[in-house]
Write a protein that binds this ligand. Structure first.
Ligand SMILES: C[S@@+](CC[C@H](N)C(=O)[O-])C[C@H]1O[C@@H](n2cnc3c(N)ncnc32)[C@H](O)[C@@H]1O
Length: 277
């Protein structure tokens, strides 16, 4: 078992980027008509400043390709970060024509504040919520644990949930809790578009990605960084498949194996995820 080490290199890097990169990036964005993007330090924090916009557009195209965006769709973006997908949705005319409703939730107060003041203002059907739960890489000072956290949404209130590069930073118990909560807030027949790192013990290091998950966290997961496990966590595929089934999810498309492994899951029946006494 690995111990938690507080203080994330992600957060230290963001502080350095805020001081050194953001001022120049502000000029770059102004000069290139990209002032609608979040600052460099925030874009870098969610996986890459330079391809931030292209990645968001790619996700939206993928959601269309998979038939997940329909008129009036109610979207929950769990771990929305600084709005990589939200911005692409809000700026896409095809999406606008569908009159979607969007809710983003994240533990990163700074990212949520930016999204609220920059995206929500211009797109009133978009709403952002801060969840003060702990994640050693992204919110080490967080007050609560995911295991006891109830998403602040009604049962069956969404048609589509997104969790991109989120379950790659959580522990097994946290994944269990969030899948149960997603099963609760998704309407029957709703879809969960989620990415994971799969790993199969004994398999050759996956050629498809540069990260090696060599350090066991527990019986079902492993990390690339034993000092800060939440930086990147992979889960046994058979355990994930059991979790999906246990929480009433069926596999609707995928899994698509890649740098991260993506699956579209279908919520089959309404759930009540209150922890049992
Ligand atoms: C790699 S970023 C991905 C952000 C976004 N999903 C995207 O694809 O651009 C991971 C995000 O998960 C958030 N996060 C970490 N733990 C979380 C939790 N327990 N609940 C919600 N969000 C969390 C982080 O703050 C961060 O914004």
């Amino acid at each position: 078992m690995l111990e938690r080490v507080s203080g994330s290199r992600f957060l230290r890097r963001r502080t350095v980027d805020r001081l050194l990169r953001d001022p120049l990036d502000w000029l770059w964005r102004a000069f290139h008509g990209r002032s609608y993007l979040p600052p460099y330090s925030m874009r870098q924090f969610v996986g890459g400043a330079r391809d931030f916009e292209a990645a968001g557009v790619w996700f939206v195209d993928e959601l269309f390709r998979l038939g997940l965006l329909r008129p009036g769709v109610r979207i929950l973006d769990l771990g929305c970060g600084c709005g990589r997908i939200a911005l692409a949705l809000a700026r896409d005319e095809r999406v606008g024509a569908l009159s979607p409703r969007y809710d983003g939730l994240d533990v990163d107060a700074r990212a949520i504040a930016w999204c609220s003041s920059h995206i929500e203002r211009g797109a009133p059907s978009f709403r952002f919520t801060h969840a003060d739960v702990r994640n050693d890489s992204y919110n080490p000072g967080g007050g609560g644990a995911v295991a006891e956290y109830r998403l602040p949404y009604e049962d069956a209130s969404f048609d589509l949930a997104l969790a991109t590069s989120l379950f790659t930073h959580l522990r097994a118990g946290e994944l269990t809790r969030y899948h149960a909560e997603l099963a609760r807030v998704l309407a029957p027949g709703g879809a969960l578009f989620a990415s994971y790192f799969f790993f199969d013990p004994g398999e050759e290091p996956a050629a498809r990605r540069p990260i090696r998950f060599e350090h066991p966290v527990d019986a079902v997961s492993a990390t690339a960084n034993p000092l800060a496990p939440e930086d990147a966590i992979a889960f046994r595929r058979d355990w994930l498949e059991g979790l999906w089934a246990e929480q009433g999810f069926g596999l609707a498309a995928g899994p698509f194996l890649g740098l991260q492994d993506t699956a579209v899951l279908c919520a089959q029946k309404p759930r009540n995820s209150e922890p049992s006494a």
